[in-house]
Design a protein around this ligand. Structure first.
Ligand code: PLP
Length: 405
C-alpha cells in the first residue's frame, strides 16, 4: 500500500540512465534468486493468514497489498522509477494520460475555483477543461504560455495554472520557469504536462512553484506504442491525496500496463537521446527545402524559442517532434504522406515508429479556421513524431516523398 516500498535503491546521486534501469529492481522477497526483470503481479486481490491479518493490512498497520486498484508490487516499482526520474518524492500511475490529468486537477480544485490553462493544450485536455470541469463549478481561462500572459489571467479564485512544456503541434516552448515564478508569487499550484518533452529533457518539479508533473506515459515513458497510460509525480503529501482519488475513482493503471511501462521506461534515455538527435537531422535536412515553407523545431538556431529550449533542456536535445508546413498546402500534404515509405500516417507519438499526421483535419479539427490560424496551424502543416529508425532512411524518405508533393 505504500508507494515507496522496499527494494534496491540507486538514489538521486546516480545518473538518469542508471536510475531508469535500477530504480525498478525488485527485492529478493524470500526466494533464493532476485529477478533481473521485475515480475508482474497479475492478481486482482490477495489472501491473508486470517481476518486480523486482512484488517491490519487494509488499515495500514502491517505491510501488504489489498486489491488491484490500490496498487501491487509492480506498481510500487514503477512509481519508484517515475518519482526518481522526475526528481519528485512520489508518483502514481494511471490507466491513461487523461485519467492522470483529471485526477491531478481534481486533487487541487474545488467548485468555485478557477484555472488558467495554456491556449494550445492537447485537445483532450482542452475538452476536459472547457466541457467537463465547468459542470462541477470550475472555471477556466486560456492564456499564451508566457509569464505575463498567465499573470494577467490570475484572479483571487485561481488555484491552478496548467501548461505543456512543448506545445503540440507547433512545438513552441512554454516559459515554464517564468510561469513557475508567477505561480510562487500568487500562491497558485503549477501543473505541467511534460508528455512531449519527457523527463529525460526536462524535470518541471525541480522548479520552485511546480506542484505536479503529469504525463501520458503512452508516449515516451513507455515508448513502444503498445499501451495507454498516465502518471502524476510530485511531493508526497499531494501524491497521497492523488492515490486516494485514484483508488476511489478507479483510475489506477492496470497490472499489465504497469509492467509494460516498467519495462519500457528502462530505455527512455537511450530512445529519447537518439530520437532527439534524429529529429535534429531531419529538421536540418528539410529546412530550406523548396517545397517546405517552414520547419517548426526549436533545435534550429533561427527558431524563436531556440535559446529558451537550450536553457530549459540543458543542451540535452530539443525534442523528437517537429512540424513541416508545406508550401503547396493541404493537397501537397496529402500527396507527400501518400508517398512516404518509412514514416507512416499515425495518430500518436513517443514510439519507435515515425508517425506523421495532419493536425488541421484531425487533432485540431474542432478549432475554427481563425483559431487554427491564430495557433499557427495552417492547412499545409504536418506533425512529425520522429521514431527510432536510421536517420538517413528517414531523410531519404522525406526527400523522395516531397518530390511527389
Ligand atoms: N497530454 C498530451 C500532451 C497528449 O498528447 C495526450 C494524448 O495524445 C494526452 C495528454 C492524453 O494522454 P492519453 O492518450 O494517454 O490519455
Amino acid at each position: 500500500m505504500d508507494d515507496e516500498g522496499e527494494g534496491p535503491r540507486t538514489g538521486q546521486a546516480a545518473g538518469f540512465a542508471t536510475r531508469a534501469i535500477h530504480e525498478g529492481d525488485m527485492p529478493a522477497r524470500g526466494v533464493a534468486e532476485q529477478p533481473v526483470s521485475p515480475p508482474i503481479w497479475m492478481t486482482a486481490d490477495y489472501l491473508y493468514e486470517g481476518l486480523e491479518h486482512y484488517a491490519d493490512v487494509i488499515n495500514e498497520r502491517r505491510p501488504g497489498y489489498v486489491y488491484g486498484r490500490y496498487g501491487n508490487p509492480t506498481h510500487v516499482a514503477l512509481h519508484r522509477v517515475l518519482a526518481s526520474l522526475e526528481g519528485a518524492e512520489a508518483a502514481w500511475s494511471f490507466g491513461s494520460g487523461m485519467a492522470a490529468i483529471h485526477t491531478a486537477l481534481t486533487s487541487l480544485l474545488r467548485a468555485g475555483d478557477h484555472i488558467v490553462a495554456q491556449r494550445t493544450l492537447y485537445g483532450g485536455t482542452f475538452a476536459l477543461l472547457t466541457t467537463v470541469l465547468p459542470g462541477y463549478g470550475i472555471e477556466c481561462s486560456l492564456a499564451d504560455p508566457e509569464a505575463d500572459a498567465v499573470a494577467a489571467q490570475i484572479r483571487p479564485s485561481t488555484k491552478v495554472v496548467l501548461v505543456e512544456t512543448l506545445a503540440n503541434p507547433t512545438f513552441r516552448v512554454s516559459d515554464v520557469a517564468g510561469i513557475a515564478a508567477v505561480c510562487v508569487e500568487h500562491g497558485v499550484s503549477l501543473v505541467v504536462d511534460n508528455s512531449v518533452a519527457s523527463p529525460y529533457l526536462f524535470r518541471p518539479v525541480e522548479l520552485p512553484g511546480t506542484a505536479l508533473v503529469v504525463h501520458s506515459t503512452t508516449k515516451y515513458i513507455n515508448g513502444h506504442s503498445d499501451l495507454i497510460g498516465g502518471s502524476v509525480a510530485g511531493p508526497r503529501h499531494l501524491i497521497e491525496r492523488i492515490r486516494h482519488l485514484a483508488i476511489q475513482q478507479g483510475t489506477t493503471a492496470g497490472a499489465f500496463e504497469a509492467w509494460l511501462t516498467l519495462r519500457g521506461v528502462q530505455t527512455l534515455p537511450l530512445r529519447v537521446e537518439r530520437q532527439c538527435s534524429t529529429a535534429m537531422t531531419v529538421a536540418g535536412a528539410l529546412s530550406g527545402h523548396p517545397k517546405v515553407a517552414a520547419v517548426g523545431y526549436a533545435g534550429l538556431t533561427d527558431h524563436p524559442d531556440h535559446a529558451r529550449a537550450a536553457a530549459l533542456f540543458a543542451g540535452k536535445g530539443y525534442g523528437a517532434m517537429l512540424s513541416l508546413s508545406l508550401a503547396g498546402g493541404y493537397e501537397a500534404a496529402v500527396r507527400m504522406c501518400d508517398a512516404l515509405r518509412v514514416a507512416r500516417v499515425g495518430s500518436s507519438f513517443g514510439g519507435l515508429h515515425t508517425e506523421i499526421c495532419h493536425p488541421a483535419t484531425t487533432s485540431h479539427r474542432q478549432l475554427s479556421p481563425e483559431d487554427r490560424a491564430r495557433a499557427g496551424i495552417g492547412d499545409g502543416m504536418l506533425r512529425v513524431a520522429v521514431g527510432g529508425e536510421d536517420p538517413a532512411d528517414l531523410v531519404e524518405d522525406f526527400h523522395q516523398a516531397l518530390e511527389k508533393a
